[in-house]
Structures are given as structure tokens and as C-alpha cells.
Design a protein around this ligand. Structure first.
Ligand SMILES: [Zn+2]
Length: 323
């Protein structure tokens, strides 16, 4: 058994936590108290903004349908998951990895690096509980409910941070980047997986909403999906220059950037909408060979200057310099 408190500190003042009872932690410095529920410490700041309360509540409720609607088992998704997991899987023995927004633990369960410790964190207790209950990962794991903009870890204590499809749910990504810089050790890696590009939010998504309204899709087909989260409804994605700004402001250095999907973005979006209206056994899937062909074509398209910035998603790796 590992001791969670070797890895976690008070999110407010970053001091040590002490176990008051089996269900309560207290900060030795600021005396803030934090609940432990089902062995999961809830290290949220005392005054969590309304936006984040809503996000957490939405994901608590949606926890069980998440994987199906987002087609996370499809080849055109897993192919890109493997790319950033390879980096995690080659981290040195005894490395500490924090996953921010670990959701139902799908990504963490694919980690096969047994020498590292993985801290799985999410703002939603329901998601963290699901990840803990579905644990398949063979690395040491610590589960915590926390806020990405107030990471409950010490300065220079992490070897890597993994954040997948979560950055666009944060009210202030820049605060997260600064927290990443604070908590990473010099040379530590920030791995940002599959964040949406901004252009579809100004063109394709409004177009789809218009079409849905015209054909009155919601009227005839009852959705099993309870709308989209406040994070998803308010985000506008990220352009390449947004990332450059975040990295500059937080003094992190870009190591690698990968552009994901061109044609597949259109196909995936339309299929997600259709599948969210269908019962589980009727969900439409693209044959794997076709997905492979589409990935090949997309990667050709995304090697063309200018056009390549019209990818649907980004994966980035950044590094904290030694200075
Ligand atoms: Zn404190």
C-alpha cells in the first residue's frame, strides 16, 4: 500500500496534510479540512467557482455513457492515444506522473509502465470513483479529486503531467500551464493529448446546429445523452497561436506538436451526433480498414503548409527547462 499523502499537499497553501480521522484530512499550516470519500481525498479549493461546480456535476452524471458516445475504442481515436501513451510508457522507473482530468481512467488503464506512480485526478468525484473501480493499470496509483488550476502537489515534484481532452474544459488554461510549470521538476514533461482546434467552433459546429434545427432532429429523436457539459458548450478550442501564448506565459518549451484528423473530423462529428440518438446495439462504427485509409489520407493533407492548421485536434509535448 502506498501512502497518498507522500504525493499530495494542501491545494491552497501547498503544505503537508495530516489525517484527522479515516474520513478527514487537515492542512498542517492553513488548517483547511478536506473530506476523504471512499478512500479518495477531495482536495478542492474552499471556494470553487460556479463553472467548475457545474462541470463536476455534469461529469458525475455522465460518467457511465462517456466512452460510448465519444467512440474512444475506435481505431481513429486509439491510434492517437497510443502516440502520447508511448511517451508515458517510456518514462524512467520511479517517475511520478499526474493525469489531470483522468475521467473514467480509460487512458491510464492503457499505461503499461509498471515502474511509475500515476496520480489520477479529476474534478468530478463520480469519474474518479469510476476510474478507481475500473482499475486495470499495473502502476502504483493515487486517486484524488482536484482542480487543474490548483494542483495539490509540491513544487518540482512531478516528472510528467498528462492532460487529455481536458484543457478546453478549464475556465483559465493559462492558470493550469502555470501550475504545470510549478509542479514539474526541471526537465519534466507536459503532455497535452487531443485538444480541439478552434476553427470548427466558428464554422462547422454552427452549421451543424443550423442543420439540426432545420430537420428538427431533437424533436423526433430522443437523445440518451443529457446535453453537453458547460465546458463543451463554452469552449472555442485552441489555435496554434493560443498554445504558443500559453507556453510563452508559463515559460515551457514546445518539444513536439502533432496534428490530428482532417476528413475524419467531419466524419467523427456527424457519427457522434447520430450515435448519441441510437440505442447501444445500433451504434454505427466505421470499419477499421477504412479508418486506417482515412488516417493515411488525413496525414497527407495535414503535411501541407497552411492547410495543416485546419486539423481538428492537437497533441503537444512541452518541457520545463532547467533554468
Ligand atoms: Zn493549507
Amino acid at each position: 500500500m502506498i501512502n497518498n499523502l507522500d504525493f499530495l499537499v494542501c491545494p491552497e497553501c501547498k503544505s503537508q496534510l495530516h489525517k484527522n480521522t479515516g474520513t478527514e484530512l487537515q492542512c498542517v499550516k492553513c488548517s483547511n479540512k478536506y473530506e476523504i470519500k471512499d478512500d479518495i481525498p477531495i482536495l478542492l479549493p474552499q471556494n470553487l467557482e460556479e463553472f467548475k461546480v457545474l462541470e463536476a456535476a455534469y461529469h458525475d452524471q455522465e460518467a457511465h455513457q462517456y466512452a460510448e458516445i465519444n467512440m474512444i475504442d475506435s481505431y481513429h481515436v486509439t491510434h492517437y492515444i497510443e502516440k502520447y501513451l508511448n511517451i508515458v510508457n517510456t518514462l524512467d522507473k520511479n517517475s511520478i506522473l499526474l493525469e489531470v482530468g483522468s475521467a473514467d481512467g480509460n487512458d491510464a488503464n492503457l499505461i503499461n509502465n509498471s515502474g511509475i506512480t500515476v496520480i489520477q485526478s479529476d474534478i468530478s468525484f463520480g469519474m474518479v470513483k469510476l476510474a478507481k473501480d475500473n482499475k486495470k493499470i499495473n502502476s502504483q496509483t493515487v486517486y484524488v479529486v482536484s482542480d487543474a488550476e490548483k494542483i495539490p502537489c509540491n513544487d518540482n515534484s512531478l516528472d510528467a503531467i498528462l492532460i487529455v481532452a481536458t484543457l478546453h474544459h478549464l475556465p483559465s488554461p493559462i492558470n493550469f500551464f502555470k501550475e504545470a510549470r510549478r509542479t514539474l521538476r526541471p526537465g519534466g514533461l507536459l503532455i497535452i493529448g487531443v485538444e480541439p482546434n478552434s476553427w470548427p467552433y466558428f464554422s462547422f459546429y454552427p452549421f451543424i446546429r443550423f442543420v439540426k434545427k432545420i430537420i428538427r432532429l431533437d424533436k423526433y429523436l430522443k437523445s440518451k445523452h443529457s446535453g453537453i457539459s458547460i465546458g463543451d458548450s463554452e469552449t472555442e478550442g485552441f489555435s496554434y497561436s493560443d498554445f504558443k501564448l500559453f507556453l510563452n506565459e508559463s515559460n515551457l518549451k514546445l518539444v513536439k506538436i502533432q496534428r490530428i484528423w482532417f476528413l475524419l473530423g467531419f466524419i467523427h462529428t456527424i457519427l457522434s451526433i447520430i450515435n448519441s440518438k441510437l440505442p447501444s446495439h445500433k451504434v454505427i462504427k466505421i470499419p477499421t480498414f477504412l479508418q486506417k485509409i482515412l488516417i493515411y489520407i488525413d496525414e497527407l493533407i495535414l503535411s501541407i503548409p497552411i492547410i495543416r492548421n485546419f486539423c481538428w485536434h492537437w497533441t503537444l509535448v512541452a518541457k520545463k527547462n532547467n533554468n
